[in-house]
Write a protein that binds this ligand. Structure first.
Ligand SMILES: *Cc1c(COP(=O)(O)O)cnc(C)c1O
Length: 419
C-alpha cells in the first residue's frame, strides 16, 4: 500500500456509519398498505390458489399491458419462467442453447432440464453482456435458441443478436430477471426477442418473495401453448382433465400475485430510483483511478440490478478479494464476481455433469466434435471479469446521500491501493 489511508479494515474509521438500506428487509424494499390491501382481498376471498382466484389473472393482464405484450404467463420463480420458455420451444435432446456464462444458474438449469446443452459464448468486457460478434462461431445445426441475459440491468446488443437469430432461424429468449423496465433504444427489453422472462425474487426490482413471468407475442403456431407449460400441460380452459406433454406445476399463488399487482404499479418509481442512484454513482466514480463502471450506451437505460464495477488490477496493487474486504469494512456490502468468482460453466452441475444419475446427460448427447472443456479458459473475458468485478446490492431506497457515501468509500479504498 503506497498511501497512508486509514482503511477501516486496518482499524481506521468507517466511511459509512449508519447501515445502508438493504434489499433483504424493509429498509430497502417498498412493501406497505398497497400490498396489504391486495392481500386482504385474497384472504377475504378464501381462494389462495391460481386455479380458484382472480389475482393471478389480473396480474398477468396488467404485466402484459405494461409491456404491450399479447401473452403473459405467471410462474413460481424466474427459473420457472425460463423453464416455461424452454418447454414452449420443446428442443430435441442434444439441441443447443447459446448463452452467456455471466448469469444466474437459473438460466442454465431449464436448458439442462430439457436435455438441451448450454453453449457458452464470451462477454464484452465493457458491459459483461454476451458478445454478438462471438455468437455466430458457436452456432451449429443443433442450435435452437439464443438466451440473452441483460446483465446488471443493462441491455445486451439486441439489434445485432436479432439479426443473427433471423439469419440462422433461431429463437431468442430474453432473460430480464435483472432488467425490469430496462430500455434498449427506447424499447423495453423482454419485447425484442420471442420470449421475455422475469423474476420477482426478493432482490429484484419488484418482488413477490419468489415469482416470475413470461411474456410473448408468439402464439402456439411457433411452439407449445405457453400456459400449458406452467400447468402440467393441462388444458383446463377446455374443461375436464387431460395432460398433453411433460410439464411441471409452476403456479404462482394468489398471495404472490396480490403483492405483484401492487408492486407493478410502483415499478416505474422503483426503477427510476435505482437508475438515478446508479447513474449518480457512475458519475462520481468517473474520477476514481483504477475503478471502471459498467458502460451504459447513451441510447439505452440501465435499471441497475447490482451496481457492478471492475477493478483494474494492473493500476491498483490489490486483488479483487482484498478490495471487496476493504470495501465491506467501510460499511458497503458487496461481493466479488458474478455469478461468483467463477463463470457458470465452472460450477459442478455443469463442469462435472451433476445432472441425471450418473448418465452425464445432457452433455453426452453432444454431436461429435462438440465437446467443451470447461476447465480450459473457455470464455477468457468472463473468467477474468469474475476475478475483478465488484457487485454492490442495489435497491430503490438509496438516496443521493447514500450514494455519495458509497462513492466516498470506493474512492478511499481505491486511493489506498493506488500505485
Ligand atoms: C434471479 C435470476 C434468475 C432466476 O430467478 P429466480 O427467481 O431466482 O429463480 C435467472 N436469471 C437471472 C439473470 C437472474 O438474475
Amino acid at each position: 500500500m503506497s498511501k497512508q489511508v486509514a482503511l477501516a479494515i486496518n482499524g481506521g474509521p468507517r466511511v459509512v456509519q449508519k447501515p445502508l438500506p438493504d434489499f433483504k428487509n424493509a429498509s430497502g424494499r417498498s412493501l406497505g398498505d398497497e400490498e396489504l390491501q391486495e392481500l386482504r382481498d385474497v384472504l377475504d376471498s378464501g381462494a389462495l390458489a391460481y386455479i380458484c382466484g382472480t389475482k393471478v389473472g389480473e396480474f398477468e393482464r396488467a404485466f402484459a399491458s405494461a409491456y404491450g405484450a399479447k401473452f403473459a404467463v405467471s410462474a413460481s420463480s424466474g427459473t420457472a419462467a425460463l423453464h416455461i420458455a424452454l418447454l414452449y420451444l420443446n428442443p430435441e435432446p442434444g439441441d443447443e442453447v447459446i448463452m452467456s456464462p455471466i448469469t444466474d444458474m437459473g438460466a442454465a438449469i431449464p436448458v439442462m432440464a430439457q436435455l438441451a446443452i448450454p453453449v457458452f459464448v464470451d462477454v464484452r468486457p465493457e458491459d459483461q453482456n454476451i458478445d454478438p460478434q462471438k455468437i455466430e462461431a458457436a452456432i451449429s445445426s443443433r442450435t435452437k435458441a439464443i438466451m440473452v441475459t441483460h446483465i446488471y440491468g443493462n441491455p445486451a446488443d439486441m439489434d445485432a443478436i436479432m439479426a443473427i437469430a433471423r439469419k440462422h432461424n433461431l429463437f431468442v429468449i430474453e432473460d430480464c430477471a435483472q432488467a425490469h423496465l430496462t430500455r434498449y433504444k427506447g424499447q423495453l427489453v423482454g419485447t425484442l426477442g420471442h420470449l421475455g422472462c422475469f423474476s420477482f425474487q426478493q432482490s429484484k426490482h419488484m418482488t413477490t418473495g419468489d415469482g416470475g413471468m413470461v411474456i410473448s407475442n408468439e402464439d402456439s403456431r411457433f411452439g407449445r401453448e405457453l400456459r400449458l407449460c406452467m400447468d402440467k400441460a393441462w388444458p383446463r380452459s377446455k374443461g375436464g382433465r387431460d395432460h398433453l406433454f411433460l410439464a411441471p406445476n409452476y403456479h404462482m399463488t394468489e398471495l404472490q400475485a396480490a403483492v405483484g399487482l401492487a408492486q407493478l404499479r410502483k415499478l416505474p418509481r422503483l426503477v427510476e430510483a435505482r437508475r438515478r442512484a446508479g447513474d449518480r454513482l457512475s458519475q462520481l466514480l468517473s474520477s476514481c483511478k483504477g475503478v471502471r463502471a459498467i458502460e451504459v450506451d447513451t441510447s439505452h437505460t440501465s435499471t441497475y440490478f447490482f451496481y457492478s464495477f471492475t477493478v483494474d488490477l494492473d493500476a491498483l496493487s490489490v486483488k479483487g478479494a482484498e478490495f471487496v474486504s476493504a470495501l465491506n469494512a467501510e460499511g458497503v456490502s458487496c461481493f466479488l464476481g458474478y455469478p461468483g468468482k467463477i463463470p457458470l460453466y465452472k460450477y459442478p452441475v455443469i463442469k462435472n455433469a451433476q445432472t441425471f444419475g450418473s448418465s452425464g446427460l445432457p452433455f453426452t448427447l453432444a454431436a461429435p466434435g462438440r465437446n467443451w472443456n470447461y476447465d480450459d479458459n473457455l470464455c477468457p473475458n468472463a473468467e477474468r471479469l469474475c476475478q475483478q468485478t465488484v457487485c454492490l446490492w442495489w435497491n430503490e431506497k438509496l438516496s443521493d446521500e447514500h450514494v455519495d457515501e458509497i462513492s466516498a468509500a470506493i474512492h478511499k479504498v481505491a486511493d489506498a491501493f493506488a500505485d
